[in-house]
Design a protein around this ligand. Structure first.
Ligand code: ZN
Length: 335
């Protein structure tokens, strides 16, 4: 497939490099940068499967499963909050030109629209393989177990009360299932490299299952099982490792808690001896700090892995998850 816009392609490669792609992909991308330096095209003719992933955890999976065989574009640039993603016309064109688009339907409406209008490009919606089955808290509502702040979801934004929580990738076993689905689709798109895709997915599954085991043993015995977070992104961690998540804001990081909701969370923190309130990398920490200041709790960064930046506590999904585990063990008093 030819790429007439060599400049924007190089910009994408740079952003892919910062995402910590697997070494084989890096080598490929670096050689691609060199041969495209004249502004001309078709840098990767030998390995011509073009895959677009809609945000970081999916890009991580594609980079690992497709290592050495795919040209990867992450549609969400580093540092951009993926919930808010807007696509430039060239991104929409890229989606149309890709051999495969890997995305999560319903998470990023701009990507859904571009996939729906793409002329015959293949797309893999990972909803089914991710087993997306967890209900989030009411949008904009603090989800305290006491329930006195949790029933006033805002209507009309399409993500009202009881929306499905999209953040499945924080459960490593679900990400392993998505890796299998990606491998299955890449085998169809590129049959000559089917064995590579299968072997890479199996290797990634072993790493993710080992990570899951570390979480299970590391979080088995903790003084406090209430997870108080700024944006309610950690439901899949809570569900798998037996915590109750109390999100100060809703599923979407733009939602702001009302004064009553803040008061309810503050009371919850005090009454349940919560010592740490978590906030996250891509979102303003003010709300978490307000609750912490009121209660004397500490704050700590828990990374929802919606994107990587230079400030991330690791250079890929597995490293940042291990940092999250260390943060949780300290914040929840795990032995
Ligand atoms: Zn999120």
């Amino acid at each position: 497939m030819s790429h007439p816009d060599g400049g924007s392609l190089r910009a994408r490669w740079r952003s892919t490099l910062r995402l910590g792609a697997a070494p084989a992909v890096l080598a490929l991308l670096l050689s691609g940068c060199g041969s495209a330096s004249d502004g001309d095209t078709d840098a990767a003719a030998a390995t011509s499967v073009d895959v677009a992933a809609s945000f970081y955890p999916l890009a991580f999976v594609v980079a690992r499963v497709g290592a050495g065989n795919v040209n990867l574009t992450d549609l969400t640039k580093p540092g951009v909050e993926p919930h808010d993603l807007e696509l430039a016309p060239r991104d929409v064109a890229r989606i149309g030109e890709s051999d495969l688009v890997v995305y999560l339907k319903g998470f990023q409406p701009a990507v859904d629209d571009a996939v729906a209008s793409a002329p015959g490009g293949a797309a893999l919606d990972v909803t089914a393989s991710a087993r997306l089955d967890l209900q989030g808290p009411p949008e904009g509502g603090a989800s305290t177990p006491a329930g006195d702040a949790g029933t006033n979801g805002q209507a009309g934004d399409g993500r009202g009360t009881g929306a499905i929580d999209p953040h499945f990738w924080l459960d490593p076993t679900r990400l392993a299932d998505v890796a299998d689905a990606v491998a299955g689709r890449l085998e169809q798109v590129d049959p000559p490299n089917a064995l590579d895709y299968r072997a890479n997915a199996e290797q990634l599954r072993r790493e993710l299952e080992s990570l899951d085991q570390e979480f299970r043993s590391g979080l088995a015995t903790c003084r406090n099982r209430n997870l108080v977070t700024s944006h309610a992104a950690f439901g899949y961690i809570a569900a798998r490792y037996d915590f109750d998540q109390v999100g100060i804001s809703g599923l979407s990081p733009e939602s702001e808690p009302s004064p009553q909701q803040l008061k309810a969370v503050t009371r919850f923190v005090e009454e349940n001896n919560v010592t740490t309130v978590y906030y996250e990398t891509l979102v303003d920490p003010a709300v978490a700090r307000t609750v912490a200041d009121e209660t004397g709790a500490s704050t700590a960064v828990l990374d929802p892995l919606e994107g990587l930046t230079k400030a991330s506590a690791g250079s890929n999904y597995v490293e940042v998850m291990k940092s999250n585990l260390a943060t949780l063990r300290a914040g929840q008093g795990c032995s």
